[in-house]
Design a protein around this ligand. Structure first.
Ligand SMILES: [Mg+2]
Length: 338
């Protein structure tokens, strides 16, 4: 690289001295960083890698990419109900493009600052563009029991919820890849979901002690629900008449006209919702006796949530219509997302 590694870090990733973030005893500058979680807490750790060509387009806006690289990691912390503390960044770049680095670091630090999550170390090297972030979060332990939300806590009778809207990131990806014709105004909104996902950290924190299980929707709603069902050893029924409304492209704010021009079959629309992926919403379960508490958590965190189904003792995943009748074809319609 024309720009040396140390100069690159100095210019784009080193920030003016500031008060140490809570939980960080020592940040960038020594061989190791030191985390100091509050007494009575556990440290949650998660790592995600984004590879050019596989997870992002080579020409994607670097500001968005900086945001998304951290967002997908914060989303995992959110799914566990943990508070972000700090992160490390390992970055491989084919060249030290200063405009790209400037945009990437701005997008990254804007989201980091919004969540008070400190960059505490990392590495850079020359190579195919690849971004690897590890995040650290904090979660209390009360009377010997961790308050972390896990995939394994769902029980028969629990309600199933999803936050926000789902399916639009995949719809935008298909449009950008030329596989789907999407009106420009609809694509502009859906593209924000693909490129600038908002990790649901506040909702995850508000759901501690309320949700029985949680996961973030990264691979697709049904696929991620499947992980919860497997870990919790149970089954579920999803009301597709409610779920299908979760594709925001069909209800674009202030542009009903554009939505009319979005030609999607019922199966396609449901397919995006159930199997889209890259949504970074929270999928969670909670006892039906706690519906008011779930609504309170949604309200405190300013995050809409929708109840889409129910956990059952019988294993397997069942899709039903508004009258509780099985939806025919089950997964057949969604095979093209596999
Ligand atoms: Mg996850």
């Amino acid at each position: 690289m024309a720009l040396g590694e140390f100069e690159l870090i100095e210019r784009f990733f080193k920030r003016p001295a500031r008060p140490a973030a809570s939980g960080v005893a020592l940040g960038v500058g020594d061989d190791c960083a030191l985390l100091q979680p509050a007494p009575g807490t556990q440290v949650a750790i998660s790592c995600d890698m984004l590879v050019e060509g596989r997870h992002f387009f080579p020409d994607v806006d670097p500001v968005s990419l900086g945001h998304k690289a951290l967002a997908v990691n914060l989303s995992d912390l959110a799914a566990c109900g943990t508070k972000p503390l700090a992160f490390t960044l390992a970055l491989a770049l084919p060249e030290a493009n200063e405009a790209w680095l400037d945009g990437f670091s701005r997008g990254l630090f804007a989201l980091a600052d919004a969540h008070r999550c400190e960059l505490i170390g990392g590495d850079t090297t020359q190579g195919p563009r690849n971004i690897c972030i590890t995040v650290f979060g904090e979660v209390p332990v009360l009377e010997g029991r961790s308050l972390a939300l896990l995939r394994s806590g769902a029980e028969a009778g629990d309600d199933i919820y999803v936050s926000g809207t789902v399916g639009d990131a995949r719809l935008a990806l298909d449009a950008l890849n030329g596989r789907l014709d999407v009106p420009a105004a609809v694509l502009a909104q859906a593209r924000l979901r693909l490129e600038l996902p908002a990790p649901r950290v506040a909702l995850g924190l508000a759901l501690r002690g309320v949700a029985s299980a949680a996961i973030d929707v990264s691979d697709g709603l049904l696929g991620d629900l499947g992980h919860v069902l497997k870990a919790s050893n149970c089954g579920a029924t999803i009301d597709t008449s409610i779920a299908i409304e979760l594709l925001a492209a069909c209800h674009p704010s202030g542009n009903a006209h554009a939505a009319d021009r979005l030609q999607l079959s019922h199966a396609q629309r449901l397919g995006y919702v159930l199997a889209g992926g890259d949504d970074y919403e929270l999928l969670f379960t909670a006892p039906s006796t706690l519906r008011a508490a779930v609504q309170a958590a949604a309200q405190t965190s300013g995050t809409p949530v929708t109840r889409i189904g129910r956990i059952e003792a019988e294993p397997g995943l069942r899709l039903v219509d508004a009258h509780g009748k099985p939806v025919s074809g089950r997964f057949a319609s969604f095979d093209h997302f596999a």
